[in-house]
Design a protein around this ligand. Structure first.
Ligand code: APR
Length: 169
């Protein structure tokens, strides 16, 4: 049985098995969630990201895919990095955004993670409208078969929280 919970706060302060990072394909850090996770998680995360770039992901992590590393100093066992699509009026990339949630859950299942914290992927720098992103996120996790027991959406501000609350019912 999977429960969906909503929290307004900082994803780097969550005590869960896995924290999902809204990364970019370089896996070498950035701003927003990515910056916060590397800042609070410490260098061990970046070291593992560099190792992934030197091996399986020589050309970077493709949009919509997910990969796990250590969580370093965070109160979690793993960080699951996923790369969201940049919003575009010209083409519908909804399936790529849905894939971030689906693939992160697949990776979580592979690890045996039972509690997973997700940010609102693509809704910051990548400009995805928050209402539509919330709809895609909640619909996707609801339709994904997973052993994860708690899916915790961690929203940074009131507007994002309300958008997810409207979807999660
Ligand atoms: N905890 C939870 N949510 C956060 C936090 C935090 N500490 N910091 C930011 N957010 C929220 C933002 O308000 C936004 O709603 O996470 C959502 C995603 O925003 P971004 O972190 O900008 O991620 P995204 O839009 O997917 O863009 C990814 O930004 O940081 C770079 O390296 C990253 O290039 C990549 C791009």
């Amino acid at each position: 049985m999977t429960t969906i919970t909503l929290v307004q706060g900082d994803i780097t302060r969550q005590s869960v098995d896995a924290i999902v990072n809204a990364a970019n394909s370089s896996l070498l850090g950035g701003g927003g969630v990515d910056g916060a996770i590397h800042r609070r998680g410490g260098p061990a995360i970046l070291e593992e990201c560099r190792a992934l770039r030197a091996s399986r992901y020589g050309r970077g992590l493709p949009t919509g895919q997910a990969v796990a590393t250590t969580a370093g100093e965070l109160d979690a066992r793993w960080v699951i990095h996923t790369v969201g699509p940049v919003f575009a009026d010209s083409e519908d990339r909804s399936e790529l955004l849905a894939s971030c949630y689906r693939e992160a859950l697949r990776v979580a299942d592979g690890l045996g993670a039972r509690t997973v914290a997700f940010p609102a992927v693509s809704t910051g720098v990548y400009r995805w409208p928050i209402q539509d992103a919330a709809r895609i996120a909640v619909e996707t996790v609801r339709s994904t078969d997973t052993a994860v027991e708690e899916i915790r959406f961690v929203l940074f501000d009131e507007r994002a929280y309300e958008a997810f609350a409207a979807q999660a019912g």
